[in-house]
Design a protein around this ligand. Sequence first.
Ligand SMILES: Nc1ncnc2c1ncn2[C@@H]1O[C@H](COP(=O)(O)OP(=O)(O)OP(=O)(O)O)[C@@H](O)[C@H]1O
Ligand SMILES: [Mg+2]
Length: 470
Amino acid sequence: MRAVTREGLPPYLSISPDTALAELGDPTTTHDFANIAEACARGRADLASRGLQEGGQKTLRLFSTWEITKYLIPVAPAHFRRVLKSNPDLPQGSSETEGGAKWFTLDEVLRLRVYFASEGSKAKEYRPYRPATIPAKMVAVANFKGGVGKTSTCAHLAMSAALDGYKVLVIDLDSQGSMTSIFGGKVTDEWQTVFPLLARHYASHLRRENQGRIDRGEAPHPIDDTLAEALKTSSRDLIQSTHWPNIDLIGAQLNLYWAEFQIPVWRMQGRSWKLWDALSDTLAEDGVLDDYDIVFLDTPPALGYLTINGLSASDILLVPMGASFLEFDSTGRFFDMLHSTFQSIEEGENMAARALGREEMAFEWDAVRTLITRYDGSQQAELAGLMQAYLGPTLSPHWQGFTALIGQAGEQVSGIYEADYRDFNRETYVRGRETFDATYAAFKRLLVGIWRREELEQQADGPAEPQASL
Ligand SMILES: Nc1ncnc2c1ncn2[C@@H]1O[C@H](COP(=O)(O)OP(=O)(O)OP(=O)(O)O)[C@@H](O)[C@H]1O
Ligand SMILES: [Mg+2]
């Protein structure tokens, strides 16, 4: 594109009104939005169908012996091959050419990991640390600034935790549904999102309130069709499996946005409804936390009711931001808003608690960290250093680098862990992978430290329940 016209004038000084009019087209009506949306949907369906398995499923690539022994199961390649050879029952992988490198599905890698964990050296970490008696951890990735890397960070953390051997549930709270696309989720309407869980929580509250109303001789509030339907929905009805054997999903789509309008209406009617507890309570009631090690929540770029639910459900809160003035500035204001939002909830609750002589409540997170994303060392070192100086340990020590691998991945491949390293320049691949591995490592240090803290607390309190075998 030339920045200067033939006459040497800048391009904005030589526009003929008649030519501009001829190019313009008719004014846009509401109906045209539908046409544009339809064109996008057709293009998207075309892209999404390329390279899909029959039945429209996404598939996960295979993993080579090189990658497994370098990144996933810490043994020497020769030892790995020897163990496979002497155990013909273990997955043997497949090769593209006679005698070529062996490739394995992630399912096979997970089975091999279990084998090495039971037979291999006890000094090595084949399976990641997770104390058996401590519940899964919920991790929210949030910032009301858009495009700061929330979804990319959340998806990569979920995938690296899965490669590391954890069982992961991803919950998409963003009606844009990016996370859902990444994991190939199929969501037709709000009834396959978290919406019915939030509705169920409100409906249960309403039923309890109504009991009180009936006892006092007052008319109960009606339980409408939506609420009655929600009362029948369990989290397990919403969880779908993905092309990752150890990542499940509760997806999102556009209609989930409706929750932002519906929740305040419910709250007006049921003033004592603890809307911020809706997600954590329903997931806990349904026993979801027993089935997973880590639950990741991707949130929309707004501090709405869905985000508040996600934040209040989370044990670990990660706030991504780029090392730019605008993102730093806006993230500061996001924390300001978090402070006033959660403080006002606490004040409202504690006023009632004091009046009733009940214990006061306070929100608490195991850890809150900001993290720098898309870091470009050649331009942003000074600003990132300044941010680190001001935020200290609240800023995660690893600055996630900008990498071309993220943008380059195709429509079927989301990010670094799904991409085949042979498709990239080796150095680009290694650098991109290193920075996301380090992002995961910084997160895992938090997770492991938190679990250990709870394990030690539990040991100090004595065993939670008598061991069946004793
Ligand atoms: N480390 C990275 N290197 C290069 N590009 C990146 C990196 N992380 C994210 N991006 C790109 O930045 C853009 C925004 O990322 P992402 O969608 O993760 O942000 P988000 O905060 O979830 O956005 P939204 O607020 O819309 O939900 C995307 O185009 C993504 O591919
Ligand atoms: Mg996002």
